[in-house]
Structure formats: structure tokens, C-alpha cells
Design a protein around this ligand. Structure first.
Ligand SMILES: Cc1ncc(COP(=O)(O)O)c(C=O)c1O
Length: 412
């Protein structure tokens, strides 16, 4: 006779924390015939496979015993050196200021563990990256969204919310934001930095997409603003520019907080995988990763163009879409009282998937929003996916008796 599973008394701090809807959708749509605009999944055909094979082979051939051994929590010196050199393009940095992490997701978790007590407030963009909200909520934080416009957080609102809530930190993704794809221009970065300095507020700046630029001029992170580096934790990752299966990222910080983060990391996993760290360091030291990123960005630009040009023809009249200069995502607001969570099953039936926007809001979601990733599919497949999405939207509008008029979309 089989027994019922044991009822484990689950920790209270996990009760209000939901599974990531993106990950849940990814498992539903593993069906081969669904065109997915859902995950921010890099195109695997663009990975620098031969260079990475060579890097791993080199490490196992020449540093094999070291690569297979336990190692320091802070990270391998070669990788910390490469990371510091890359960060130092914008913010003067030494290898000692780099804590290696297993992807920047671990960085977010460690930052939460290192800084947050139960009940602390974290201010985030409205909307924001939902797995960051997950990590900070697990650490007991109360998450409050800062109103945004097409340039990112609205400075007056940021200052008002800092005054009202005295947050432990502000979490921002200023470049090619997830989920909206928007970028905070330089003047807004200065305004935000000045508010954070004046109010003595810590910044957690998440920048995994910054180098994936297709158009426009590169922008330095807010951490690079004079006086900001000492009160910022800057997170980078190799996931979007090299490959996410190599779980390598880092946190750049100054002073004693580095030690606290390292202690948190000891408790989570002792260290990141040494093989991955040494191979990543070898790859960064011996290959032209910037040239590789330029090639990838050129391909992604065509895909963004295909999606950006196609969307106005398939969305209802009141819809708006963002115009990203880089990164992986485009954000749409459909209006018309449409709930995109209700649209998703129809879309999957038609053979296309996206992520409904509501989970990206810490509170008071806009249910008519959705996130579309353009990086995984070719322009031809994107066009077919949009045709399927069009059919799904039409049936949703008919089902809910919403009238559709000729499109005249606002692009922002
Ligand atoms: C804004 C942001 N931060 C962090 C991550 C985590 O990436 P990884 O852990 O692969 O570096 C992601 C992944 O999608 C992201 O979009």
C-alpha cells in the first residue's frame, strides 16, 4: 500500500513566495510546436562553442587538479582579475572588490541575505525582475514599487518613497531593463545618483544586459557616478554575453560588506564551481569577447526589428510598446481591460507563448501588460509567432466582447 506524502511544516518565510511564473511557463511550453517569446533565453546557436570547448579543455589539461578541488569563497584570482578589468572600464575596481557568484541570481540572493532583516523595505522599479523580488522576499523584505516613466524611475517619486519608507536599499536595472527593455538616460542617472547620495541610500544595481547594445551610445552604470561606488553593490553576469549554463557572475563592492557577502556565500554553497570560473577566466583572457558580443547583438537587432515592426499590426488600438536599444525584452500594454493571464492559454493553444505582465509588479499590477523576448527566434519565426498571437488576441477580444478598431499604436 502506498502512503500519502509526509506533510512537512514549511517555513513561514516561504509561504508568501511564489514559484517564478516564467519558469512555470517554460515547463508548460516545452512542447516543440510552441513559438516561445517567454523566457530570456539566449540563442544557443550563437554560443562561442569552440572557444568555450577550448577553454574547458585547457583548464582540465593544465590546471585539472586545482579545477577539481575545493577553493576560496571569494572566487578564483584569474576570474576576479578579469571581472575587475571589465568593471574598471566604468568604475575603478580591484580584484579584491569582486565577489564571484554562481550567476547574478545568486548575487541577488546573497545581497538579500547580507543586508535584509524581516520587515525591511526594498524599493524596486514598477515593474521589475521578478526573481529579484523572490530573493528579497525570501529574506523577509517588504517590496515597494517606484513609479516609472519611459526613462526609468521618476526621481520625485523615488525621493518621496525613500523619505516615507527609509528602505534598506533601492534595486534598479537601469540598462535594457527586465521586463520593459527601457534604458535610463544619463541625465536621469545623475538625478537618481544625487538623490541616493543626498539621502544616504544604498543602491543595488543589476546590470546583466548592458553590453548587449544594438543602437545608441553606451552608458556608464549609476555606480560610476562620483561618490556612488562606495554605497553601491554592482552585479554583472556572463549569462547574457557568454552562456547562462556557465553559472558565473559577480558583485562589485567596497569595504566590509564584501566580508558579509562572502560569509553569506559560505552558507549557501561554499564557493562557485572552480572549473567554470577558470574556464570563464581563460575564455575572457584569450578570446575577443567584445567582438563576440557585437556579433550576437547584430543578430538580436534584426530580431528586435522584426518584433518591433510587426507588433503594431497585431495589437489592439490602445496598445503601447517599448523600443529597446538592446537587451532581450519588449514590453507591451494592451489596454482595453484585457487581462493577459487570460490571453495566455488562448495563445498557447495557437502555438505561441509570452509572459503575462502582472507578476513583474511587486503590488498593484497592470494586468493588461506582457513581456515578449525577441532573442530566441529568427525574424521569420517571430513573424509566424506574431500571426499566432494576433489570432489569440482576436479570439480573446471576441470572447470578452471587446471591439477592435484599426491600429494606431503609441510606440514609446
Ligand atoms: C535583471 C536580471 N538579473 C539577474 C538575472 C539572473 O541571471 P543569471 O543568474 O543567469 O546571471 C536575470 C536573468 O534573467 C535578469 O534578467
Amino acid at each position: 500500500m502506498t502512503q500519502e506524502p509526509w506533510t512537512f511544516p514549511v517555513a513561514q518565510r516561504l509561504e508568501g513566495v511564489h514559484s517564478s511564473p516564467v519558469r512555470d511557463i517554460l515547463s508548460i511550453i516545452s512542447r516543440g510546436d510552441v513559438i516561445s517569446f517567454a523566457g530570456g533565453i539566449p540563442d544557443a546557436d550563437l554560443f562561442a562553442l569552440e572557444d568555450l570547448q577550448a577553454a574547458f579543455a585547457h583548464v582540465l589539461a593544465h590546471q585539472g587538479r586545482r579545477a577539481l578541488q575545493y577553493a576560496s569563497t571569494e572566487g578564483e584570482p584569474e576570474l576576479r582579475e578579469q571581472a575587475a578589468a571589465r568593471v574598471a572600464r566604468n568604475v575603478p575596481s580591484t580584484p579584491e572588490q569582486i565577489q564571484v557568484t554562481s550567476g547574478s541570481q545568486e548575487g541577488l540572493y546573497l545581497v538579500g541575505q547580507a543586508l535584509l532583516d524581516a520587515g525591511d523595505v526594498v524599493l524596486v522599479e514598477r515593474p521589475t525582475y521578478l526573481a529579484a523580488v523572490q530573493a528579497f522576499t525570501l529574506a523577509g523584505a517588504r517590496i515597494i514599487g517606484i513609479p516609472t516613466d519611459e526613462h526609468g524611475v521618476v526621481p520625485q517619486e523615488l525621493e518621496r518613497l525613500i523619505g516615507e519608507h527609509r528602505p534598506k536599499f533601492v534595486y534598479l536595472i537601469p540598462t535594457f531593463q527586465n521586463p520593459t527593455g527601457t534604458t535610463m538616460p544619463a541625465p536621469r542617472r545623475h538625478q537618481v545618483a544625487e538623490i541616493l547620495i543626498r539621502t544616504g541610500t544604498v543602491l543595488v544595481e543589476d546590470d546583466p544586459y548592458g553590453q548587449l547594445r544594438f543602437t545608441g551610445e553606451p552608458l556608464a552604470p549609476i555606480t560610476a557616478h562620483p561618490g556612488m561606488a562606495r554605497q553601491s553593490l554592482l552585479l554583472n553576469s556572463l549569462s547574457k554575453i557568454v552562456a547562462p549554463g556557465i553559472r558565473v557572475g559577480w558583485v562589485r563592492a567596497e569595504g566590509p560588506i564584501l566580508r558579509t557577502i562572502a560569509i553569506a556565500k559560505q552558507a549557501v554553497g561554499l564557493q562557485s564551481a572552480v572549473v567554470d570560473q577558470l574556464a570563464a577566466a581563460h575564455y575572457l583572457a584569450t578570446c575577443d569577447v567584445d567582438a563576440h558580443v557585437r556579433q550576437v547583438a547584430a543578430v538580436y537587432k534584426e530580431r528586435r526589428d522584426a518584433m518591433h515592426a510587426g507588433l503594431p499590426h497585431i495589437l489592439p488600438p490602445a496598445a503601447t510598446i517599448t523600443s529597446p536599444d538592446g537587451g532581450m525584452f519588449l514590453w507591451a500594454r494592451l489596454g482595453h481591460g484585457i487581462d493577459t493571464a487570460g490571453l495566455l492559454p488562448l495563445a498557447v493553444e495557437e502555438g505561441v507563448a509570452f509572459v503575462p505582465g502582472a507578476p513583474f509588479y511587486a503590488h498593484d499590477p497592470d494586468h493588461s501588460t506582457l513581456r515578449l523576448s525577441y532573442v530566441t527566434n529568427t525574424p521569420e519565426v517571430i513573424t509566424e509567432g506574431l500571426a499566432r498571437l494576433h489570432r489569440a488576441i482576436r479570439s480573446h477580444l471576441q470572447e470578452h466582447r471587446i471591439s477592435e478598431e484599426p491600429t494606431s499604436n503609441n510606440i514609446r
